[in-house]
Design a protein around this ligand. Structure first.
Ligand code: SAM
Length: 270
């Protein structure tokens, strides 16, 4: 029985169409001097070609049988390091330090069952990432890149767009994978750049907590979501001073409007 059938929980949908493998590799803006970290190399279809593009590649694979296969295949290749483990526990800063790099380039055909936790972890490790390109479900790609007012705009859009400039590069049909997933996939490219460079790290973290409050309950308007945390008078005053109606929904606000509201409420509570 194949590994994919034995371990469906690990999100093992292997990219088997070589045209898409090539298209993905060509879409990466990776430089030879980059330390490339690949999440979930699987059977190494993409790893093999990626390895020819950089001087150093660390591939993190949780499945012991696949990790063993990859170690065997890349045995004697000093450029490639196979790290058997969980990306949700990996310390990207430590990997960079070991390779004497400040940053790395992250690529992954992400296991869909933990896409969101992986993205949260990667954005939390943003100080060590110069660029990332990930293959995710199309619906997640739309959430990452969505603009205010659109159906998919929410906390994930704020998180991604606060720290990067994400865009969808192209989509991939289920038939390109074995076994095929139920949905289309999309390659998302994220150039890491802070939308609010004036903020330090604690401010960014506080803003993300604020954004979580704003988007906590999608069916409620922004004011009602704010009332779970802030006194009525403050919440109303902040909206009014920001020129926002009290019945506005969080998904209608640009990142700058959310940031403005956050800074006002923070001032009241100093
Ligand atoms: N890169 C391969 C490809 O494109 O054909 C495989 C991609 S497959 C969608 C996801 C891979 O992530 C699988 O090899 C799976 O075993 C691995 N994986 C699943 N959970 C993981 C985790 N928590 N940490 C690291 N790798 C994981």
């Amino acid at each position: 029985m194949s590994s994919s059938l034995r371990r469906p929980k690990l999100g093992q949908h292997f990219l088997r169409d070589p045209r898409y493998v090539r298209k993905i590799v060509d879409a990466l803006s990776v430089q030879p001097e980059d330390l490339l970290i690949e999440i979930g190399p699987g059977r190494g279809e993409i790893t093999r070609i990626l390895a020819s593009k950089v001087h150093a590649l660390t591939a993190i694979e949780i499945d012991p049988s696949l990790a063993a296969l990859l170690r065997q295949e890349f045995h004697g290749n000093p450029k490639i390091e196979i790290f058997e483990g969980d990306i949700l526990k990996a310390d990207l800063g430590e990997i960079c330090e070991r390779h004497k790099r400040e940053h790395c380039y992250v690529f992954g055909n992400l296991p869909y069952y933990i896409t969101s936790p992986i993205l949260h972890r990667l954005f939390a490790a943003r100080a060590h990432i110069r660029h990332m390109t990930v293959l995710v479900q199309r619906e997640v790609a739309e959430r990452i890149t969505s603009e205010p007012g659109l159906r998919n705009y929410g906390y994930l859009s704020v998180l991604a767009q606060c720290f990067s400039q994400p865009h969808i590069v192209f989509e991939i049909p289920p038939g390109a994978f074995a076994p095929p997933p139920e949905v289309y996939s999309a390659l998302v490219d994220c150039r890491m750049v802070s939308r609010f460079p004036r903020w330090n790290d604690p401010s960014c973290t506080a803003f993300l907590s604020f954004a979580r409050i704003c988007f906590a309950q999608k069916r409620k308007n922004l004011l009602n979501n704010l009332l779970a945390t802030y006194p009525q008078r403050q919440a109303r005053q902040a909206l009014e001073e920001s020129g926002l109606k009290t019945n506005i929904r969080a998904e209608q606000l640009t990142l700058e409007q959310l940031a403005n509201l956050f800074e006002r409420l923070r001032l009241y509570n100093l």
